[in-house]
Ligand binder design. Structure first.
Ligand code: 5GP
Ligand code: ZN
Length: 130
């Protein structure tokens, strides 16, 4: 059983922020910023590409609601809501989860930068459309 399924089954303790029949939200053990939260479906599914639409919907709507609550109550100035899908994207736990990472200032322990690569946009577009 995966580590998040064990948390969902209360075999491993966690700090629960929200729970209903389908979704669990807990504080991330690593707290990249204060209030860093994980929102996950109770049923095991590997990632956002493998999940059914209803599961994704429930998780993302819960994440949005909690993000608003976290930003307000922890006096954050912004928030990243993201999901890593696959090892190359940084996914380390193979149970779908959305990170809520409240942002405070540029000294946050998280840095998200968009570098640039040279690409022929027309050939990229053609390849995506297949
Ligand atoms: P990923 O890298 O898969 O997107 O994110 C996995 C997250 O799960 C990491 O941020 C990591 O800190 C968190 N995590 C891993 N194990 C545990 C745990 O046992 N409890 C909690 N609360 N978080 C965990
Ligand atoms: Zn699982």
């Amino acid at each position: 059983m995966c580590i998040f399924c064990k948390i969902i089954n209360h075999e491993i303790p966690s700090s629960v922020i929200y729970e209903d029949d389908d979704v669990l939200a807990i504080l991330d053990i690593s707290q990249v910023t204060r209030g860093h939260t994980l929102v996950m479906p109770k049923k095991h599914v590997r990632n956002v590409l493998e999940a059914d639409e209803e599961t994704v919907q429930k998780c993302i709507l819960t994440a949005r609601k909690l993000a608003a609550q976290i930003v307000t109550n922890l006096h954050a100035s912004g928030v990243n809501i993201l999901t890593n899908c696959g090892e190359s994207a940084g996914q380390s736990v193979d149970h779908l989860h959305f990170h809520i990472i409240p942002r405070y200032d540029s000294s946050d322990a998280i840095q998200i930068t968009f570098g640039e690569t040279e690409q022929d946009l027309e050939s990229v577009r053609r390849d995506i459309l297949g």
